[in-house]
Write a protein that binds this ligand. Structure first.
Ligand SMILES: Nc1ncnc2c1ncn2[C@@H]1O[C@H](COP(=O)(O)OP(=O)(O)OP(=O)(O)O)[C@@H](O)[C@H]1O
Length: 270
């Protein structure tokens, strides 16, 4: 498998407070890689640094080319896409218009191209096709997440970054979302999945990193980490709770993340 993303020594700070310290991470073609960890560990910050919405130090190589120095839009054009935690849909627009906007800038799609791409998204998410004329603001939580992912796919990314796709969704819908992640991988897109729902993330991922206070505390094959005593104790908890982190709700979010998720940028980023 060829290497898509190779991150070395990535550090980022908010003011003088360092939030990411010398993080190393790899994502290969066709893989699902997850970053799990507690609230405030720096998971969203990592994605924002990779997308270029937060300045960072270190090397971010994408298909061998260093992305440092490129802005968000340039990184999107290279083939990165982010589905931000807050989804950030255009709520007063229809499902289809959200998709059109998702494809408009990243790909500079001609009408024929975006039609084709919308068809691809509708094949993945038949629910979105049924609701194509419905306003995004009236969708259910799970449907919104599908639309956010669909919009990101409109740019035909090579790497799709998902920031806590399960957040705020009911358990059954969470299962759907993770099934979708597994199906997306079959379409050839490589996925970097940030999750507090460690159990579900480790089930779907090939490889996993455990991020704690801005540093990689553990890494390994997801199946092996899922059996690691420390991971089990800290992140998987008792089966009764369905995973200690399922209930975790995001805490402070980066102002940068919010800025990145603002509709105008979300259209770019996704
Ligand atoms: N704009 C900001 N200014 C200062 N500190 C920030 C800012 N945004 C985030 N932080 C801090 O940076 C750290 C990492 O935050 P981040 O949102 O990346 O964590 P996370 O792992 O994604 O957490 P969660 O699971 O709660 O979403 C936290 O301590 C957070 O309080």
């Amino acid at each position: 498998m060829s290497e898509l993303l190779h991150v070395q020594g990535l550090s980022a700070a908010y003011g003088r407070a360092e939030v990411l310290t010398s993080l190393n991470l790899r994502l290969r073609q066709g893989e699902v890689v997850t970053v799990i960890g507690p609230n405030g560990a720096g998971k969203s910050t990592t994605l924002n640094a990779l997308m270029g919405v937060l300045p960072s130090r270190g090397r971010i190589a994408f298909k061998g080319e260093d992305l440092q120095g490129l802005d968000l839009e340039q990184r999107v054009m290279k083939g990165l896409a982010l589905v931000p935690e807050k989804r950030e849909l255009f709520t007063t627009m229809t499902v289809e218009d959200n998709l059109v906007l998702g494809g408009f800038r990243p790909m500079r799609l001609g009408q024929r191209d975006w039609r084709e791409q919308i068809e691809t998204v509708y094949e993945l998410f038949p629910r979105l096709r049924e609701r194509r004329q419905q306003l995004a603001g009236t969708l259910s939580g799970g449907e919104r997440q599908m639309l956010a992912v669909g919009r990101a796919l409109m740019g035909r990314p090579s790497v799709l970054m998902l920031d806590e796709p399960s957040l705020g969704l009911a358990p059954l819908i969470v299962k759907d979302i993770f099934r979708i992640v597994a199906r997306l991988r079959e379409t050839g897109v490589s996925i970097l999945l940030v999750e507090q729902n460690a159990r579900a993330a480790l089930e779907v991922a090939d490889y996993a990193y455990v991020l704690e206070t801005g540093e990689i505390a553990l890494e390994g094959l997801a199946a092996e980490l899922a059996r690691d005593a420390r991971v089990v104790e800290t992140y998987l908890g008792s089966s009764r709770r369905g995973g200690a982190d399922v209930t975790g709700v995001g805490t402070a979010k980066a102002a940068a993340a919010i800025a990145a998720a603002a509709p105008v940028d979300a259209g770019d980023a996704t």
